[in-house]
Write a protein that binds this ligand. Structure first.
Ligand code: AMP
Ligand code: ZN
Length: 443
């Protein structure tokens, strides 16, 4: 599986992380279903944007991109994203790119323009436009575009190798192709095929990558090898802000760090970004983030309650519920990662198990099976902390005991004061048919 990685010229925003989280979910689900996954994610550390950024800062390209690459790894870890097997950097694969471009020239798919740059002739590749469903007007072919990003309507011959110009400063490589640097699209063709072979299974990215980036990757790779490049393409829809794509260029973005500075819980961010189906757009709001947080807490509260179910005989109702939840969850995830439906079944299950505990009809054995289900769930969703058995502090224990005495003496006022005192310490006390229960107050 190859996933287009970050362009390391800035901190990734949470729209970018929607893409990386969807890919993480896909990988974890494939592994859950028994597939072995070899995952490659590139780092784009030389392109139009990184060169501009490093010049603006007066740093070398290497120093500039290394800083943001490290920030990306840190952020990915904060969001509990499982690392890829390889993170190839574009600047470390210039030789592979140059070789691929030479092959395209030999086969007649690429030519040198009068500016010295090398371009891909899109009319030579018959399947051009298949992925993005564009039809290339005859007039447009032969016209050339040197920048990395352009719109569908501007489909033209695109740059594979950009001849050095003074704006590039000291960013260039001397290769057989001349002094210059690679275009963005050839980077991914060269690096994916180096680590995964001429044909591999899955290629992902955001929908904005369909054109021109992925269309061009296919054109480059398939023209060179004569083989299918990727068997499956999965593209995530955008995260929006007030109806508009979250993007650096619109200035309407939050980086992960912005949100952490506002005390947002990274697990809630992860959960929010995973809970809408990946092919649906949705708006980022702080209310939605709060809702994601309480969703996690609902599950965690149940997990805590599972620690103190009483030792009763099995009622068999639980087995049936677990089986049903596992099937519904699994079927929904198998159906193109339908997280909306999968999560709805998980929350139904949470409610039903809570009901069993309320009615004192869940055995210890069954509680263990419920825990096992959530361990499986979390291997995929990655949002729960370790559900340790939490203990009351010595001081809290004493207050709980005092409150019990007060209740026995029907001194409701004192009992209530003690309850408030415990709440201030972060412990919520509940009186249930099975006696006093407590849980941590997450707010
Ligand atoms: P970039 O660093 O710009 O190359 O983007 C990294 C990944 O984030 C790519 O797969 C993009 O398609 C994806 N992406 C960019 N903006 C958004 C967004 N607002 N929502 C979801 N994915 C996005
Ligand atoms: Zn790419």
């Amino acid at each position: 599986m190859y996933t287009c990685g970050p362009t390391v010229y800035n901190y990734a925003h949470i729209g970018n992380f929607r893409a990386f989280l969807f890919e993480d979910l896909l990988k974890r689900w494939l592994k859950h279903r028994g597939f072995k996954v070899l995952h490659v994610m590139n780092l784009t550390d030389v392109d139009d944007k990184t060169i501009k950024g490093s010049q603006k800062q007066g740093s070398s390209l290497k120093r500039f991109t290394e800083y943001y690459a490290n920030a990306f790894f840190e952020d990915a870890a904060t969001l509990n994203i499982e690392p890829a097997n390889h993170y190839p950097r574009a600047t470390e694969h210039i030789a592979e790119m140059a070789a691929l471009i030479e092959e395209l020239m030999d086969k007649g798919y690429a030519y040198r323009g009068e500016d010295g740059s090398i371009y891909y002739a899109i009319n030579k590749f018959k399947a051009y436009g298949r992925l993005s469903k564009i039809r290339v007007a005859q007039l447009k072919t032969g016209a050339r575009v040197k920048v990395d990003e352009y719109a569908k309507e501007e489909a033209q011959d695109f740059a594979l190798w950009k001849a050095w110009t003074p704006e590039d400063g000291n960013v260039f490589w001397e290769t057989k192709l001349g002094k210059g640097r690679p275009g963005w699209h050839i980077e991914c063709s060269a690096m994916s095929m180096k680590y995964l072979g001429k044909t591999f299974d899955i290629h992902c990215g955001g929908v904005d990558n369909i054109f021109p980036h992925h269309e061009n990757e296919i054109a480059q790779s398939e023209a060179a090898t004569g083989k299918t490049f990727a068997n499956y393409w999965l593209h995530n829809e955008h995260l929006l802000v007030e109806g508009k794509r979250m993007a650096k260029r619109y200035g309407n973005y939050y980086t992960l760090r912005d949100l952490i500075d506002k005390n947002c819980d990274p697990r809630a961010i992860r959960f929010l970004l995973l809970s809408t189906h990946y092919r649906q757009q949705f708006n980022f709001t702080f209310e939605a983030l709060e809702a994601a947080k309480s969703g996690i807490e609902r599950i965690e509260n149940l997990l805590h309650r599972l620690h103190d179910v009483s030792d009763i005989d099995s009622h068999e109702k639980a087995e049936e519920l677990i089986e049903r939840a596992r099937n519904q969850f699994g079927n929904a995830m198998d159906d193109d990662l339908n997280t909306n439906v999968a999560l709805a079944s998980v929350f139904d299950f949470v409610r039903e198990v809570n009901n069993l505990i309320d009615a004192n009809t869940l055995s210890i054995e069954e509680a263990r099976k419920v825990q096992a289900f959530f361990a499986e769930f979390d291997a995929v969703f990655g949002i729960l902390g370790e559900a340790k058995k939490e203990t009351l502090t010595q001081e809290a224990q004493e207050l709980v005991a005092k409150r019990e005495e007060a209740r026995k003496a029907k001194d409701w006022k004192t009992a209530d004061e003690l309850r408030q005192q415990l709440k201030a310490m972060g412990f919520v006390i509940e009186d249930t048919a099975q006696g006093v229960r407590w849980r941590r107050d997450k707010n």
